[in-house]
Design a protein around this ligand. Sequence first.
Ligand code: ADP
Length: 760
Amino acid sequence: MSEHASGTRGEALRFSEERFRLLVESIKDYAIFMLDPEGRVVTWNEGAERIKGYRAEEIIGKPFTVFYPPEAVESGFPQYELEMAAKTGRFEDEGWRVRKDGSRFWANIVITALRDEAGELVGFAKVTRDLTERREAEQQRVRLSAEAAARAEADRRSRELEGLNARLQEQAVELEYQNEEARALTEELERTNRELQAALHQAEDARDAARSAERFTTEILASIADPFVVFDRDWRIRYVNPRAAQRFRDVLQRQPDEVIGQVVWDLYPELADSPIREALLEAFESRAPLTREVYAPERGVWLELHFYPLPDGGLAGSWRDITERKRAEEALQFLDGASAILSSSLDYERTLASLAHLVVPRLADWCAIDIAPDAGKPRRIAVAHVDPAKVQLARRLEERFPPDPNATSGVPEVLRTGRSELFADIPDETLVAGAKDEEQLRIMRELGLRSAMIVPLRTGRQVFGAMTLVAAESGRRYTEADLRLAEEVARRAAIAVENARLHRDSLAARDAAERAAADAEAAARAAAEANTAKTDFLRVMSHELRTPLNAIGGYAELLELGIHGPITDAQREALGRIRRSQRHLLSLINDVLNFAKLEAGHLEITSVPVRLREVLSGLEAMIAPQLRAGGVTYAYVPAAEDLVVLADRDKLEQILLNLLSNAVKFTPAGGHIEVAASRQGDKAAIRVTDTGVGIPADKLEAVFEPFVQVRPAPSGGPGGTGLGLSISRDLAHAMGGDLTAESVVDKGSTFTITLPLARE
Ligand code: ADP
């Protein structure tokens, strides 16, 4: 009964709760939601979504403090509200709240504490109303009424003012008129004043400019390092700068005041047939600035001229001595030409001979080249003379009176020290003092020695020769500048000689390299031919040997079978030996034949999918007699899976039998041999392991070389050829696999064959 009753009441309550929920949810003007005792949102209605902007699924479970501005949260206000509501049952407030988008609204909030029947706090109901509009309307109203009052007051004032204004206006118009006139007058005065001032300034500036221009021009002209002269349109000299005045004093012995006003052609008659005159006239007529380099033969100098036509019809000009620069340029040109000529020959002595002809007559009247390679006795290899008739004379002087090797001056000294010598002036007394006899003096006088220089020829530090330059007929005197030029020529000649030598050496080296390469090629060809010959020989030989061997075996068998009559036991025994030896010999020959075929590429391999188990499981039967004879045990460990390899079955069997017979041969009685297969990535691996004598580590690769044997088999059985492993590895390679070995001496060896797996 009570159950039923409570059920009905429960339903009624649920019904009313449901209605309440629907009602609340549909209210749009109020945010109505519930909080749990900790202030987390539990329910949410449409009004709440509209006012606060959160959807139910976004906000349920979140703390209600998100609705408050940060400053309110900071001061603990939301918590305070809940505490108050809990204490008093209800709390009401008006204030700023925050929407989801961060904007604020003015809200009225009522929080009601919810308690269960036992009086326990189960949460809060919160009703929020957005009062922003109302508040704004209210504030607007307050503002409007204040404005209306203010406007009424203003209207009153303005009416008062209007009256006053009208009266003032009349007076103002009159005043304005007077004022206007005064202002116009002032402006006029000011403008005139400004114009006057500007004119004054301009005049001052112009005067200053003129003064400073004049000063600058005179200063600049005076400070120019080159002579500077101004002529008027009648070629009278109007101005000379200090440097020009100096030149006139030096050249014409005239003071500047004697020069000013003079016509230049009168003052300087030599100009009449000088290229300087041409340049002057050209600039004068063309009225354009002109720059020209001219050679003034009357003074033996090069000049650089600059002429500037002047606006008044006159001409200004300056000039500069550029003789040094011209000489240097000529020297450079000469040197470049020299380099070209010197490098044109790759012959050492020809190069040096051309050097002698190069410097005559440009640098010397006669020139001699001596060389002393490797510090030997100097040898004169070239003489050139302006006067060909005197070449012989110069040579005779050298032959008849060779220089004293111990002299402290001259070619031997230059060769020794590597330092140049300059004899600027050779007076006749020096010739007399230096001559050994009348004849030498006569020859030297005839050659007309006046001035000389000797410069070393060197590569790197090594002095290999000397160049002697002599001035005679031309009457020139060598200077330091001439010496430097001669040294530069010598340096370039040495470079050319060095290049020639390097070229010759590199040619020789290339020839040698080519010869060596040809030799190596011939040797390689011979070796290859020899190898083919050997292989062919082996192949033919072993093939030919097999026929008689087979005959030996066949006839021994016939005898054994008693075809030719009965045989004794001793004879049978002997026939058995013949047969064994024959088989052994046959197997050796087969090895050689196989090897030779492999070498010559005659062996045919046809790889097909082969089931590994089928090959491996049959092995034991094939070698059973040998295992028994050797006293060793055998085991086969098949792979976990059924491996199919790509291989030539016969060849694979050949490899395996070879490895197994080696294992038996090199494993003492009581040992064990095992064959195991496994998968290794995309390959199959077959391991043949024995517990035999092993192979020393340093022989592990060598055993795969043909004809290599490490030591005799301990079983004392018949020896092999040393070809088995070599053939086996070749076969494995030919099938796309490999054969490798690992071993520990006295412990045993493992030979591993890898083969490619056949694809399914
Ligand atoms: P052969 O056996 O005809 O001498 P092989 O090429 O087969 O020629 O072998 C070369 C040498 O490698 C052998 O003479 C032997 O010294 C060594 N060898 C080969 N297999 C083994 C093995 N299982 N254990 C020890 N040594 C071996």
